[in-house]
Design a protein around this ligand. Sequence first.
Ligand code: ADP
Ligand code: MG
Length: 590
Amino acid sequence: MDIIHLLPDSVANQIAAGEVIQRPASCLKELVENSLDAGATRIQVIVRDAGRTLLQVIDNGIGMSEMDARLAFERHATSKIREAQDLFSLRTMGFRGEALASICAVAQVEMTTRRAEDETGTLIEIHGSDVVRQEPCVCPVGTNIKVSNLFFNVPVRRKFLKTDQTELRNLLTEFYHIVLVYPKVNFTFVHNDEIILELPSGTEKQRIEAIFGNPKRNVYTSAFVEVNTETELVSIRGFVVKPENATRKAEQYFFVNGRYMRHPYFQKAVLTAYSGMLTADYQPSFFIYFDINPESIDVNIHPTKTEIKFADEQAIFQILMASVREALGKFTLAPTIDFDTRGAIDIPAPSTEHVSRPQVAVDPTYNPFHTRGTIYPDKTPQKWESLYEAPQSSRNIDIPEFRDAEMPLWQYNGKYIFVPGEEGLTMIHQHRAHVTVLYHRFLDQMTHAQGASQQLLFPEVISLSPDDMVLIEQITGDLRAIGFDLEQLSPDSYSIQGVPAQMADQSPVPVLQQIIEKVRSRGADTQSEWREQIALSLAQSTAIPLGKSLNEQEMRQIVGDLMQLPSHRLTPDGKTIVSLLTNEEIEKKF
Ligand code: ADP
Ligand code: MG
């Protein structure tokens, strides 16, 4: 008996869908790219429940004929490529003819579409690859496609979806990647009947301003200088922030031939151009657009990958670095750039790890926010708990008989607290000790909602970008629990009326911005994850700084509090708090 048989189309499409449509954001990307390919000048995105129940894209593009409307949902149906070799000179967005087939395999799709030359349009409804309705209809020129109940027939995929807030942020990130390269196109983004973004047609600069403009993210275009370089190999344009306008939370975007790409190696080129000009922890925002002959890049065939391989990466690295340096040198007076050092800069070899062959594997954990974390040189996110478990060999160092109030202790160098004991001299890093004490206190307050709040005489206003608004909504409950008194003022701002008592004289806006940035950059998606990030960020902002002189009572308080913790060896982010100089080590020195 023969045992090989062809998979029914619906099954094949569902398998393909796993590859192309991983989450609402990937569906949105495909739909909007189709609208752009259709020459639309106005595109409306309407989303409900972060795309779970509805993702609708309305465009005024060329529309489809009755026949094409049906064909569009077949696999490998495309109007964009006829021969395999077209793949190499590709300039349109989609080209595999897979997106619509994949989407309709895992959702309920209703589409109306009409071309300018047709009097009536076509309505087509498809549920899980089955055409349930197709009829003429009255509709405007263009295409209106409504994707409902995504993954209704793939419970496993539905389960992989994160919270609405996270999925909405994913949608917005994907949306930014597209709208930043089509400033001439008018876009609207509506979520649950609320207009989140309204982007009129304009220049690239205006588009950047409309999304990230001051004071939403401190990325305001007056802080930018223009980069503009033409070479035979590549043309590079865009905007880079002046060194003095670098921020803790930066927006860093590369685009190549009108497509967003991630490129850690080129990112290094930009950072190298800034070397010596930035304060530690500060990052430059940039929006850089490459134009290059499509034949010299690896047209990556995988629709969900954002990495692109260039034939001549090292040369482009040099050109990019030089043009950013030149732009910075031209417009910034101080600090002056020492061009003599240019030759001395180490140019790292292109890393090959980010160049992956097109893969077919599904990565259900793919989340663009996790990749942002790599911008920051800190450790990769880890579970704090695991850091807390001291390795078997190194036990907690006992801080000697601390309950004995007679025990002498003193501050050294404005940084350390020294406590002599039987085994030797215990040295405690005062700032880290306090961070760790506060971290546990804040975590505890979030669990029990009991943080003390101090009302501000003059409430302050924090303005946020749409995706940060989504994020803050997600974490306000926990922020309130530790003493923030927040009230939403407008669709893009909150007023801060009270702060945790601990914050005393700190200015609340930067502290809150830092919390948001930490939660965002660490991709903290679950409540326990974001609580850890909030607690750590607030503890770092409010702990006693290095260099502050402490009186005896303050020292006893910190060391006493530290002793109460289950573990006092490491800070939540893994730094050493306590170290022991043993008696033998001291002896050996003489
Ligand atoms: P691809 O974009 O790779 O060609 P898709 O499955 O995304 O594949 O779309 C299939 C075809 O349907 C497209 O080639 C195009 O002809 C047509 N199409 C899809 N969306 C639109 C739209 N918004 N307006 C006009 N035509 C569209
Ligand atoms: Mg497409």
